[in-house]
Design a binder for this molecule. Structure first.
Ligand code: NCD
Length: 337
């Protein structure tokens, strides 16, 4: 795809060469993300960071990524603080906000809302999650993490064996991740969820049509026994009409160190898009996994910055200009020993 000036709305826009390109830009941006070098390439540019649903990692990492490239960030963090609460249409909001911004990142609770917003926008729009539909930047950072973690064990994504655990029906991160994994060869996917929270049929059909080896089960121990990656997700309670229904599934598929030791191959990597539900009745990933070096959840979250920097660099077409404004960092802040 031609990234320049494009909206990034769905992982369907990407083929394998696009992913390789994005990852190679991300690798180049690593010294800027880790603050060994500074660039001001986006000086004067404004990101409209529009979040009409709760977010911690996605909002802050998109904002931090734009700042690290030298740009400024303007934010909306809830529907109540924007004119959508006064009945303004998404299209009008898009017309107005795209006059104030050079690029917009948007999260919204309705499926396809970001697509509708983008149609009326005069600047590129990046989907940061639309309802239960898609979360493309999360899939990109997840895949980048999978690649990095596997390469340490001498493996690649072709031939990957992965278990996806939890709310596969409403989890947009899972939906986008399934699609991006389906571009790879010889992938085995164990889909572990309660029957009612199975992956939507259109995604299951896509996976089957692309030749993935799929197994669906409700049994955690069975599904995690021969995989390279376990990807755990939260019950998306905000998508249930009746919250009591969501409560039925909380805690059904919790992973702890003893289940891991008894069932998993050595070096099975544990991932989660976060937030993990750590309430005692959920305990999706037990705190006793904290000592497990294969718990990659915070490395995964960290990778969000460099991947989102790479998305901005390609969409705003400044990738080649970064070095021109590059200089060393002359400060270092950390905790004292
Ligand atoms: C995910 C999301 O918002 O879809 N979180 C994230 O962006 N890292 C997953 C979730 O909320 O469960």
């Amino acid at each position: 795809m031609d990234f320049r000036g494009s909206h990034i709305l769905s992982i369907d826009q990407f083929d394998r060469s696009d992913i390789e390109k994005l990852f190679s830009v991300a690798d180049k941006l690593e010294p800027y993300a880790s603050k060994e070098k500074i660039t001001r390439v986006l000086e004067g540019a404004i990101l409209g960071n529009m979040f009409f649903e709760p977010s911690t990692r996605t909002r802050i990492s998109f904002g931090a990524s734009f700042n690290l490239l030298g740009g400024n960030v303007r934010e909306i963090t809830e529907v109540g603080s924007s004119s959508l609460a006064k009945g303004e249409s998404l299209a009008d909001t898009a017309q107005v906000l795209s006059g104030y911004s050079d690029i917009i990142v948007m999260r919204h609770p309705e499926n396809d809302s970001v697509q509708r917003f983008a149609e009326a926008s005069r600047v590129p729009v990046i989907n940061a999650g639309d309802g239960s539909n898609e979360h493309p930047s999360q899939a990109l950072l997840d895949l980048y993490t999978i690649q990095k973690e596997l390469s340490q064990n001498g493996k690649s994504i072709d031939g990957l064996r992965i278990a996806l655990v939890g709310d596969l029906k409403y989890g947009r991160a899972v939906h986008s991740l399934c699609k991006i994994l389906s571009l790879h060869d010889n992938v085995t996917m164990n889909l572990i969820s309660p029957k009612e929270l199975r992956i939507p049929s259109e995604i299951a059909e896509l996976l089957a049509s692309r030749g993935l080896n799929i197994k669906e089960t409700e049994n955690l121990e069975d599904g995690i026994s021969e995989v390279d990656i376990i990807y755990v997700t939260r019950v998306q309670e905000e998508r249930f009409k009746d919250k009591n229904d969501a409560n039925k599934y909380r805690g059904l598929l919790s992973l702890n160190q003893s289940i891991y030791t008894a069932n998993c191959e050595p070096n099975t990597v544990i991932m989660h898009p976060l937030p993990r539900d750590s309430r005692s009745d959920a305990n999706e990933l037990d705190s006793d996994l904290y000592e497990n070096p294969n718990l990659a959840i915070f490395r995964q979250a960290d990778n969000g910055v460099v991947i989102r920097m790479a998305i901005f660099a390609l969409v705003l077409d400044i990738e080649e200009k970064i070095e021109e404004t590059s200089r060393p960092v002359n400060w270092k802040v950390g905790l004292k020993d």
